[in-house]
Design a protein around this ligand. Structure first.
Ligand code: FEO
Length: 369
């Protein structure tokens, strides 16, 4: 338990065992942050964690507060990584639940109060004010402002993958926050942008998210990251390729060298590793995205097709330039590529990929910015 303000202690539940989030996205650790607010009229829990962590969370919370002293549980978001222990604590405390009106309509937890945008509730010597941020990342999500300490509990906003046992910044925060944004939140990008602007206008002293770290003096830096990921155009190149027989893999390696020799920043990912959120995070920061693949049964290579399907859902390609490099057996399939592209190259089985021509087209796109 870590004190973050006069009334608030954070309880970072660190998950070191799960290999995937949502059974899709690779994890190298994750935090599910719960918070305990002490007031002159009892305690308030803000968000919990997955059900498997209830015993751990209970031990920490009940070391500070007797069960009957827990008066309210704020549920900013009903996804189980935030609400998995709600029933557990309700059965032990008799607390009231504070949830958004939409959350109440959808899930109707027992003994719950539905709040709307701008509502406040005073509890002892503190006041909680609620702001709705729908579609970040479910329709019922809200954030909660503890006015007296100027702490804003932002739920998934400014969340990050990765483990942060002390809630302090690690060298991997940038990439893990970017990857979390790309994989989890950007399906509803306009709502994320709206929430980001609203939180900046509230300008809290402390930001306490459900994942990742607590932000204080470093909040401005993280806001600049978000500005760039949500509205910037990116720089450099991300290459995503699939390969069956070695030709594309060899050419994409050569292309990477060719571009790097000319000072271009290049990230390269093989879709066969299935660690797609890493590529999606890099795409957010890139100006040009290159797809390389062999055709497969007169269609796109399946793993590229699946990668495109899921990454296009996440609004990753707005403002990016696309280059496609395919090799084909009996027929080209460029016309089936689902995104608009600046340059498309298609090579038959007897042809070598012209790495220089592909590289020069990428440089033209980069220079055109
Ligand atoms: Fe962290 Fe949308 O749950």
């Amino acid at each position: 338990m870590i004190s973050i303000s006069p009334h608030v202690k954070a309880i970072p539940v660190v998950d070191k065992s799960s290999e995937l989030f949502e059974s899709i996205w690779h994890l190298e650790g994750a935090n599910y942050n719960s918070y305990l607010i002490e007031t002159t009229d009892g305690f308030v829990i803000v968000d919990t964690a997955y059900e498997m962590f209830c015993p751990q969370l209970e031990e920490e919370i009940f070391s500070e507060a007797k069960p009957k002293e827990i008066k309210y549980i704020v549920v900013n978001h009903m996804e189980p990584d935030h609400s998995g222990c709600l029933n557990h604590f309700l059965s032990k405390t008799g607390a009231k639940v504070i949830i958004s009106q939409v959350g109440k309509q959808l899930f109707n937890p027992p003994n719950s109060i539905g709040v709307k945008d701008g509502d406040s509730i005073s509890i002892g010597d503190i006041t909680l004010k609620f702001y709705m941020i729908p579609w970040v990342h479910w329709p019922e999500t809200m954030i909660t402002h503890l006015i007296e300490d100027d702490v804003l509990f932002t739920c998934d906003m400014y969340g990050a993958f990765g483990a942060y046992p002390n809630l302090e910044e690690k060298e991997y925060l940038y990439k893990e926050m970017r990857r979390y944004l790309a994989a989890i939140l950007l399906r509803y990008k306009p709502f994320v942008l709206k929430a980001h602007k609203r939180i900046k206008s509230i300008n809290p002293s402390i930001i306490a998210p459900g994942h990742g770290i607590v932000l204080k003096e470093n909040k401005e830096r993280v806001w600049k990251w978000y500005d760039s990921w949500l509205e910037g155009r990116g720089e450099g190149v991300t290459i995503v390729y699939g390969c069956m027989y070695g030709k594309i893999s060899y050419a994409m390696g050569k292309l990477t060298e060719w571009l790097r020799r000319r000072g271009v920043k290049v990230n390269i990912h093989n879709v066969a590793d299935l660690r797609w959120s890493y590529a999606m995070g890099d795409i957010l920061d890139s100006a040009v995205v290159v797809f390389g693949y062999p055709t497969y049964e007169a269609d796109l290579f399946p793993l590229i097709k699946f990668f495109l399907e899921i990454s296009m859902e996440k609004n990753l390609y707005q403002g990016k330039d696309i280059v496609v490099v395919e090799t084909h057996g009996w027929g080209p399939t460029l016309e089936k590529f689902p995104l608009d592209y600046g340059y498309g190259f298609s090579y038959g089985p007897m042809e070598d990929i012209d790495v220089k021509a592909v590289g020069e087209s990428i440089l033209r796109l980069l220079e055109g910015r």
